[in-house]
Design a binder for this molecule. Sequence first.
Ligand SMILES: *Cc1c(COP(=O)(O)O)cnc(C)c1O
Length: 389
Amino acid sequence: MTWQREYSERMMKSAALPSVELVRGEGCYVWDSEGRKYLDFLAGIAVNSLGHAHPVLVEAVSRQIATLAHVSNYFATPPQLQLAERLRRLTGAGEHGRVYFGNSGAEAIEAAIKLARRTGRPRILSLRNSFHGRTMGALSLTGKPALREAFEPLLPGVSHIDSTIEALEMAMGPDVAALVVEPIKGEAGVIDLPAGYLVAAREITARHGALLIIDEIQTGAGRTGRWFGFQHDDIIPDAVVLAKGIGGGVPIGALVTFGAASDLLIAGQHGSTFGGNPLVTAAADAVLAEIERAGLVENAARRGADISAALVGLPLVEEIRGAGLLIGVGLAAPVAPTVVAEAARLGLIVNAPTDVSIRLAPPLIIGDTEVAEFIEKFTAALNASAPKG
Ligand SMILES: *Cc1c(COP(=O)(O)O)cnc(C)c1O
């Protein structure tokens, strides 16, 4: 196919050659360049919270780009202030909270690393098998050796620890600036933390004067059935890192600090030319307003429960993980890539973070029809992928 040849000739070799070229989307569906229609249960990796071409997002972007798209951080703009206030309210950071805007998840993690550095302590803890992004700082935190090795030396002072409360107790000390942790490890295959981990992590980091920084890039914006993953536990973090779903498709990242952590970065210590420009902040504010207006956080909880219940007992399904509409399906055999290919043939997009796990992260707007179509197609894909004999 022409586009495949063009892709392999023109695109950096850092990404694998895709098997589908997408040209259009509407609601929970996308269409490829041969006219085939797919039910999108990946949503650009938990990004398209409102699905594709949602009128609210289209209107917000169109209006703002025709009004004022970009001005640099030498100037304030109304959409930026409005989004910052909404994020302070939704995260619970409140009036002592502060917001920094970047353009991606990794950039928001970089800001969190600089925040941690400002404690004056040299060490940062993150979890084995975690994912925090691909820039050099974020990669240093990412707990997957296969992603890190080709780029060493990375940031010094990072320790990757087991996801247990005991490992955290052991690693903690007066030299630790922060623990950075995902409420659910999305890229690892949608792996839950042990019960009580975040509550214990809050207590342990506070006792040692270290920051608790929650990476909500994949779990945020209502995806897990709460606004943010940490809100399933009754804790107050020092900072949360956001991106993906808050923008609904426009590139935006944010670091939200709570309480005293809001005073760590001072004037001139960080910035980004595009960060928080009126175009993307107007878009993200419209996305979050629509999630609130339409009750999509509640919808994520309800549809997630429906899907998880329907998955029980399907062929190859061994374990169901995650929360709300971030679901990990643990398979009984290492055939996840086959399941993804079979699903695509049947007009369903899902993804395989590992050989034994399928990730589901559909738009938060799905209803009965999409759930039923998903179950039908996914069951067929599982049946077609079961090892013979
Ligand atoms: C995707 C992701 C990142 C990196 O975000 P980018 O926008 O790709 O840089 C970091 N942390 C988590 C948990 C993610 O899911």
